[in-house]
Write a protein that binds this ligand. Structure first.
Ligand code: GLY
Length: 355
């Protein structure tokens, strides 16, 4: 372990990670203790759309519907929101201006899973994933064949690129593409944040905007969805962690569920959601298990580039309805929203960084 890591300063209430892990700078504002309660439905989305999604999921749970129904229909609310630029309809497109969606669904009760990758023109990819899970013996379908499959099952083909997303994409194209003739003339590139031709030149960062929805129903069965338009302006065909079972989503009916958002590449490499659920199986709380996953990733980079910390957020719930979340970057600790018999609330987890 490098001295840089071991000598890290702690801000606020610091926390240490489990056996085999190492300390990293972090703080917790209101991480716990959190009273576990079921049934419940949680999401990584903490805005109004997330709240509307939880209301939908909760109403289904109260009607006696399954956790699976709750997570799918709740996730549909987020997928169908044209204002959200990270999921479903309105999601930011790939480098070529085409919206390509990834999604997965997992049913703990039957230990079944389904997913779609690089799906175009369907607003509710998690529902296509559910059809794959329930109506075929496959888990994952991709690209044009997944679209053909969805259409056979009655899904309507629609343009997913909203004006808002198109303008953000065009702006990105004109400002930062270095690989073609778009953007400023060569001799003016690099003059960032200076006014050129009456417009502000500033770098538009890649964005991720995935969502996870996890639920435990009245029978104690657990299900989850992860759905996304993926990394903005991604290379066409790039698949993130969201449709990969064990990476962007994992559910074990005897233990709990976990989901990931943020940049998916490291989530894939460390099978983060599976790891979080397995840590919970070993007795870690959902909060500790999420922090363990961050530590796992940081540990891998400590000798290669100790300053590097990929941007991820993990959320988890166990069978008792205890929740946890953590993020690797950002101005504040990670949050998730939850709906239980006590109402809607926002849970604040922790933030950890190797820096
Ligand atoms: N976590 C979403 C992605 O990387 O595509």
């Amino acid at each position: 372990m490098s001295s840089k890591i071991t000598r890290r300063r702690f801000i606020g209430r610091s926390f240490s990670l489990g056996a085999g892990a190492f300390l990293f700078r972090g703080f917790s504002l209101s991480a716990g203790p959190q009273k576990g309660m079921t049934p419940l439905v949680i999401t990584s989305h903490t805005n109004q759309t997330g709240q509307a999604a939880l209301e939908k999921g909760w109403s289904l749970l109260m009607e006696g519907k399954t956790a699976l129904d709750a997570v799918e229909k709740a996730a549909n609310v987020i997928e169908l929101d044209p204002e959200g630029t990270g999921v479903g309809y309105g999601g930011l497109p790939n480098e070529e201006g085409i919206v390509q969606l990834d999604a997965s669904i997992m049913d703990g009760r039957t230990y079944s899973a389904g997913s779609v990758a690089c799906l175009e023109n369907i607003k509710t990819p998690c529902s296509v994933a559910r059809i794959i899970m329930e109506e075929t013996d496959h888990v994952m379908m991709a690209g044009n064949d997944a679209l053909k499959f969805a259409k056979k099952w009655g899904f309507k083909e629609e343009n997913l690129l909203t004006e808002k997303a198109r303008k953000i994409w065009l702006r990105w194209k004109t400002e930062i593409s270095k690989s073609d003739d778009w953007g400023l003339p060569d001799h003016l590139r690099g003059l960032k944040k200076k006014k050129i031709n009456n417009r502000m030149s500033e770098e538009i960062q890649y964005r991720t905007g995935t969502t996870n929805v996890l639920a435990v129903d009245k029978n104690g069965d657990i299900a989850g969805v992860t759905t996304t338009s993926g990394l903005s302006f991604k290379i066409p065909g790039r698949v993130g962690d969201s449709p990969i079972i064990g990476a962007g989503l994992y559910v074990d009916n005897e233990v709990g569920a976990a989901g990931a958002t943020g940049r998916g590449e490291d989530v894939i490499k460390c099978c983060a959601s599976f790891y979080i659920v397995m840590r919970m199986k070993e007795g870690r709380t959902p909060q500790q298990a999420c922090e363990d996953a961050v530590a796992l990733i940081a540990e891998k980079y400590k000798n290669i580039n100790p300053k590097f910390m990929p941007g991820e957020k993990f959320i988890a719930v166990n069978k008792r309805g205890e929740v946890g979340c953590t993020s690797t970057r950002g101005r504040r600790p990670a949050r998730l929203s939850l709906q239980t018999a006590e109402g809607y609330s926002v849970y604040e987890g922790t933030k950890g960084s190797s820096r």
